[in-house]
Design a protein around this ligand. Structure first.
Ligand SMILES: Cc1cc2nc3c(=O)[nH]c(=O)nc-3n(C[C@H](O)[C@H](O)[C@H](O)COP(=O)(O)OP(=O)(O)OC[C@H]3O[C@@H](n4cnc5c(N)ncnc54)[C@H](O)[C@@H]3O)c2cc1C
Length: 424
């Protein structure tokens, strides 16, 4: 028999939120001290700021600068209960979910589980490539890169001298630019006897231009920025296999490397139990204009896991933090309206612009018809990310880390954190 998770009985209707990422967290914060009981479930104990994962992976930031404990955020909230648990299934007939801790009943359920890396079913790539969807993956990559450089680089073997990134979207461009900065400005100071010009950074992309969701001029600028930093860009290039030492391309070519970073797509963190008709390709829940999952009147989905079309976005909204945040806010307002027996309002996405950084002083910022490039865009990028981080301490730490590395061309976190496993 399954356990029931111990939570005080609800005096008010209970909202269960699965996932405390950008969308779930915004929603929960706006429902603090309302006439709802809120249960927040997340498989992690903290909110993770994904857009800066690659700064952790490249020794620019410490994990604690981009993570925030959930308990701290809701210290003063009387109606919020947080449980670290993985949600495994939804039983919509019984209004109940199964989790790694036991079962929980709900009046309203909000799925805000985001996405994970999509390896398109390729088991060897899944096994050997590095993803970039959690702080632990970012730390694993940081340890691996440093281990390679410190221990193996002197061996001059191609597999240690090549670093391959697959996926030319914003994440791929940002990682490539940051690793190029590491190679050009920082590593040569660490190991003066090593010729870092031999370190080759490849960015492989199956499409015909980088940053496909941006304008063509932005794509060209991103390519120029990266090439100027020494990144080897191969467009129209499909990776079909990787065994941990050799990347296999569709045209038969191979690239030796023991570092493959896979950022070529995402797939929804879907939870078992809902009808197949409410799920679309990419494992996302089809939602209506109120973020209600199609076919259900008390189950909502927000953020990356939701698929919502409107007249301005016939192909669905982009999977971005701003969409998740705005949907979380609108859903909070709608749930408050339900308490007042008022009609819900439909979600309208406001585009505040998109941006990508391609290394020091090199960024792209688009808002409507306005496009800004280079150092100005880079400072805008830094300012917006700094402001979006949770917590004053995190903002200050990150600001000082960035300012320090900007002035000194240095990063202070170039150490490996080894796992210490106690013997049996
Ligand atoms: C490297 C990287 C860089 C990015 N850069 C940008 C950028 O510059 N700008 C931008 O707008 N967007 C960026 N994004 C995308 C942005 O981070 C996402 O759009 C955003 O995080 C989506 O928010 P969300 O609330 O839908 O999900 P998430 O923020 O992904 O949160 C989902 C939460 O659900 C939890 N969860 C998942 N499954 C379960 C389960 N079964 N049980 C319990 N908990 C679960 C997870 O632990 C997580 O906390 C980037 C993403 C990555 C990975």
């Amino acid at each position: 028999m399954e356990f029931t998770v111990t939570i005080p009985p609800a005096k008010h209707k209970r909202i269960v939120i699965i996932g405390a990422g950008f969308g779930g967290l915004k929603l929960a914060r706006l429902l603090v001290n309302t006439r709802y009981q809120l249960i927040i479930l997340d498989k992690n104990n903290e909110h993770q700021f994904q857009p800066l994962f690659y700064h952790v992976a490249t020794s620019g930031l410490e994990p604690s600068s981009i993570c925030f404990p959930l308990q701290k955020i809701f210290q003063k909230a009387k109606n919020v209960f947080i449980r670290q648990a993985t949600v495994e299934a939804i039983d919509s007939d019984k209004n109940c979910i199964s989790t790694s801790l036991g079962s929980i009943e709900y009046d309203y359920l909000v799925i805000a589980t985001g996405c994970d890396t999509n390896y398109y079913g390729n088991a060897p790539i899944t096994k050997h490539a590095f993803g970039m969807k959690s702080v632990s993956e970012a730390l694993a990559l940081r340890n691996h890169i440093l281990q390679n450089l410190r221990t193996h680089y002197h061996e001059s073997l191609e597999k240690y001298l090549n670093l391959v990134i697959v996926g030319g979207g914003p994440t791929g461009v940002e990682i490539a630019g940051t690793i190029a900065d590491l190679k050009n400005h920082i590593l040569p100071k660490d190991c003066q006897e090593v010729d870092f010009s031999k370190l080759r950074i490849f960015l492989l992309h199956s499409g015909d231009r980088l940053l496909a969701t941006f304008g063509t001029k932005s794509s060209e600028n991103a390519k120029t920025y990266l090439e100027d930093s020494g990144v080897r860009i191969q467009l129209n290039t499909k990776v079909i296999g990787y065994d941990g030492t050799l990347v296999e391309l569709a045209d038969g070519a191979v690239i030796p490397t023991n570092t493959l970073i896979w950022v070529a797509g995402v797939t929804g963190n879907k939870i078992e139990g809902l009808r197949a008709e409410s799920i679309i390709y990419g494992k996302r829940y089809r939602v209506n204009e109120f973020n209600m999952v199609e076919g259900y009147n008390n189950i909502f989905a927000i953020g990356d896991i939701s698929f919502q079309v409107d007249k301005d976005s016939p192909g669905g909204h982009p999977q971005l933090a701003q969409v998740a945040i705005q949907q979380g806010k609108e859903l909070a307002d709608n749930l408050k309206r339900l308490l007042q027996k008022k009609a819900m309002r439909r979600f309208i996405y406001i585009d505040y612009g998109t941006m990508a950084s391609a290394g020091r002083n090199k960024a792209i910022f688009e808002i409507g018809k306005i496009k800004i490039y280079g150092a100005v865009a880079w400072f805008i990028w830094m300012f917006i990310h700094l402001m979006a981080l949770l917590g004053v301490k995190n903002k200050i730490l990150t600001f000082f880390n960035w300012a320090w590395s900007y002035v000194n061309f240095n990063k202070n976190l170039r150490f490996r954190i080894k796992q210490n496993i106690k013997p049996e």
